[in-house]
Design a protein around this ligand. Structure first.
Ligand code: CTP
Ligand code: CA
Length: 228
């Protein structure tokens, strides 16, 4: 019937979604984190699964339950997230929604850092691997569609478009994170989808609705690019 046709538009497709923040240890008690709740990534994983796709969700620490019919892999750090994504193997669609920490401690301490007498503390940080750029590398196992997300505060569309070409992904989904318009932990968001030829804004939608629309658009694109 008609309902099942809609429900199964993604059947036969393998999908990887990264979501949530990563935590980078400073010492056994403290870590570097960010404001990602994981809601948008989880909603996208759920929407793909509801559409019949085979979904793996590589998730940083969140308080969200795993969506139905989604295989979730828990990770903590960016390096663990990269490793888990490699283990997933080839997929048709990859959606990198995770707010991966850009930096980690050069060496995290095995012991609690004591406050001591010094008025300053210097931490030495090194850059984390870029998971989206890794997945987007050209090659036989590159997903046919790779989607990145970009949270920006200034020149949202220009920065996002630049990220799309730098990281070699197919689409960037941009959202503004100004104080008035911060999506973190909220249920609604305004996003702009940037692909090679077009820019399209979806204003003020629930994250679940954004997920549903993104799935429709992604499946349509992949089906037209490949034979399945
Ligand atoms: N991303 C990733 N691995 C990283 C950093 C980012 O996979 N180490 C992905 C995010 O999941 C997102 C996209 O890259 O899909 C853009 O993330 P963003 O933080 O906006 O971009 P950066 O390249 O880190 O640039 P900056 O934070 O300096 O703006
Ligand atoms: Ca970043």
């Amino acid at each position: 019937n008609g309902a099942n046709e809609v429900a199964d538009i993604a059947s036969g497709l393998r999908v990887l979604v990264t979501a949530g923040p990563t935590h980078e240890a400073i010492d056994p008690i403290r870590y570097i984190a960010n404001r990602s709740s994981g809601k948008q990534g989880y909603a996208i994983a759920a929407a793909f699964a509801q559409s019949g796709a085979q979904v793996t969700l590589v998730s940083g620490p969140t308080s969200l339950p795993a969506p139905e019919d989604v295989a979730r892999i828990h990770v903590t750090t960016a390096e663990e997230m990269l490793y888990a994504c490699r283990q997933v193997g080839s997929v048709d669609i990859a959606v990198c929604v995770a707010a991966v920490a850009d930096w980690r401690l050069e060496t995290s301490s095995a012991h609690k850092l004591k406050k001591g007498d010094d008025e300053r503390l210097q931490l030495s940080l090194v850059k984390n691997p870029d998971i989206l750029a890794m997945i987007s590398q050209p090659g036989p196992s590159r997903p046919s569609l790779v989607i990145g997300f970009a949270a920006e505060t200034d020149d949202i569309q220009q920065n996002a478009a630049q990220k799309r070409t730098q990281k070699n992904c197919d689409w960037i989904v941009a959202n503004g994170v100004d104080a008035q318009n911060a999506p973190f932990g909220q249920d609604d968001n305004t996003v702009t989808i940037i692909d090679e030829t077009s820019t399209e804004t979806w204003p003020g939608l629930p994250k679940k609705e954004i997920a549903a629309r993104l799935v429709q658009r992604a499946v349509k694109t992949v089906r037209s690019r490949t034979s399945h």
